[in-house]
Design a protein. Structure first.
Length: 202
C-alpha cells in the first residue's frame, strides 16, 4: 500500500501502477518504471506550439526564447517537451515588455543570463554529485530522488532571493546620489523581507 501511495504521489496513474504491479521478467522492473515515467512525462509535456497557444504568443517568439537559452525543453523519448513553467516564463516576459522594456532587448538580456548561468549550474551539479550522491541515505536511485526533491525547492529559493537582493542593492546604489527619492523609496520597500519566494512541488 505504501508503494502505491509513493507511485501515486510521483504522478503515476492507477493504470500505470497496475501495470507495475504485474510480475515483470527478471531484472526488468526498473526498465518498466523508467519507460512508464517517460510515457507519463511525454503525455503531460507541452509542445512548442502548445506553449505559444497557452501564453497567447506566436510560436516564433517561443522559438526565439529557446534559441536564446531562456526556455529549455526536456527531451522525452527524443521529443522536446516543456512544462507549465515555460508558459509562466513567457507570460512574465510579456508583462515586463508591457511595462515598456523593448522585447528584443529583454530577449538579449535573457540570452546573456542563460549563457552566464550555465557555468554556475554545472558547478552546482558537480558539488551535489561530489558531496551528496553516495552518502548514507542517498545510495539508491529512489533515495537520491527523495534528496533531490527535498533540496531543489530551497536551492531555487536561495537563487531567486539572491538575485532579488542583488538587483535591489545595485539599483539603490545607482539612485542613491541623485534626486530620485521616489524610486529609491520604492526600492527600499521592495526589500527581501517583503518579498516571499515560494517554490514547492505540485
Amino acid at each position: 500500500m505504501g508503494e502505491i501511495r509513493r507511485l501515486a504521489a510521483a504522478g503515476f496513474t492507477l493504470d500505470q501502477i497496475r501495470q507495475l504491479a504485474e510480475p515483470p521478467p527478471d531484472g526488468q522492473h526498473e526498465d518498466r518504471l523508467r519507460r512508464l515515467a517517460a510515457d507519463d512525462a511525454l503525455a503531460r509535456g507541452l509542445t512548442r506550439g502548445e506553449v505559444a497557444d497557452r501564453a497567447s504568443v506566436p510560436e516564433s517568439l517561443v522559438s526565439l526564447l529557446c534559441d536564446n537559452g531562456l526556455l529549455q525543453p526536456v527531451s522525452v523519448a527524443n521529443e522536446p517537451r516543456f512544462d507549465e513553467n515555460a508558459v509562466s516564463m513567457v507570460r512574465a516576459g510579456l508583462a515586463i515588455a508591457a511595462a515598456g522594456v523593448p522585447l528584443e532587448n529583454l530577449v538579449s538580456l535573457a540570452g546573456d543570463h542563460a549563457a552566464n548561468v550555465t557555468g554556475v549550474v554545472d558547478r552546482a551539479i558537480a558539488l551535489f554529485e561530489e558531496h551528496i550522491k553516495g552518502t548514507p541515505g542517498a545510495e539508491s536511485d529512489e533515495e537520491l530522488t527523495e534528496v533531490v526533491r527535498a533540496l531543489l525547492p530551497p536551492v531555487t529559493r536561495l537563487v531567486a532571493q539572491h538575485f532579488h537582493r542583488s538587483l535591489v542593492t545595485r539599483a539603490l546604489e545607482r539612485v542613491a546620489d541623485g534626486d530620485r527619492r521616489a524610486l529609491a523609496d520604492a526600492l527600499v520597500a521592495a526589500d527581501a523581507e517583503n518579498l516571499k519566494v515560494t517554490c514547492e512541488w505540485r
